[in-house]
Design a protein around this ligand. Structure first.
Ligand code: SF4
Length: 212
């Protein structure tokens, strides 16, 4: 099956038109985020990992928090997990530059522990502002912790995958975190099914079914 192991690149979906106002608003938000000391993670981080990508992306990808590679580089989803995410996106037709990638927390929790409730409360307004600026049509949520945090539930990943979850104005899809796929490669098949569903929905809501 094409893309099953994320080794095949699909035809690239069109890149959303750039927006100067969104780019400026994100740049301004980034400048203020760089100085943020609103929670204890400011004391241990090397970099604030704000997120990156197209300021007007129709797809935003959200993980839970930066890891060691991201903390060191200041960029989201680099290292082995990031490389796998790039392959997953590419197999589904998305260039990394055409989407916006970020995390719920912008600073690394020590030892990659799960985010704490007060850290989420401090940081989530920044994510809301990012989403307000980028204004995506679809959000792809990576992993159970990110999904439970975003949707304020305790559901299993299995019960959240494979369908659209409405959250605020956004259509959200949930799949495995790439780090989990590295530990459990047999989950890649399920991830690919999630990506196919998400991509079909993406084409529908962005009118790309009609354009082809
Ligand atoms: S995790 Fe968020 S709230 Fe905490 S210091 Fe970093 S940017 Fe600020």
């Amino acid at each position: 099956m094409q893309g099953l192991l994320f080794g095949n690149d699909a035809e690239c979906l069109p890149v959303p038109a750039p927006s100067e106002s969104s780019a400026k608003a994100l740049a301004k938000l980034l400048e203020s985020a760089k100085e943020c000391c609103q929670c204890r993670l400011a004391e241990t981080r090397l970099h604030v990992v704000f997120g990156e990508g197209a300021p007007c992306a129709d797809l935003v990808v959200i993980g839970e928090a930066p890891g060691a590679d991201e903390d060191a580089s200041g960029r989201p989803f680099v290292g082995r997990s990031g490389q796998l995410l790039d392959k997953i996106l590419s197999a589904a037709g998305f260039q990394r530059e055409a989407v916006f990638i970020c995390n719920i927390l912008k600073c690394r929790p020590p030892g990659n522990r799960n985010p704490l409730a007060d850290e989420i409360d401090c940081c989530i307004p920044l994510l809301h502002r990012q989403l307000q600026i980028v204004n995506p049509k679809i959000i792809l949520v990576l992993g159970k912790v990110a999904a439970n945090t975003l949707f304020a539930n305790t559901l299993s990943l299995g019960s959240m995958r494979g369908k659209v979850t409405k959250w605020k104005a956004y259509d959200c899809f949930i799949t495995y975190h790439p780090a989990a796929l590295l530990r459990n490669p047999h989950w890649k098949h399920g991830c690919w099914e999630d990506m196919q569903r998400m991509t079909a929905h993406y084409k529908e809501v962005t009118g790309q079914n009609n354009a082809r």
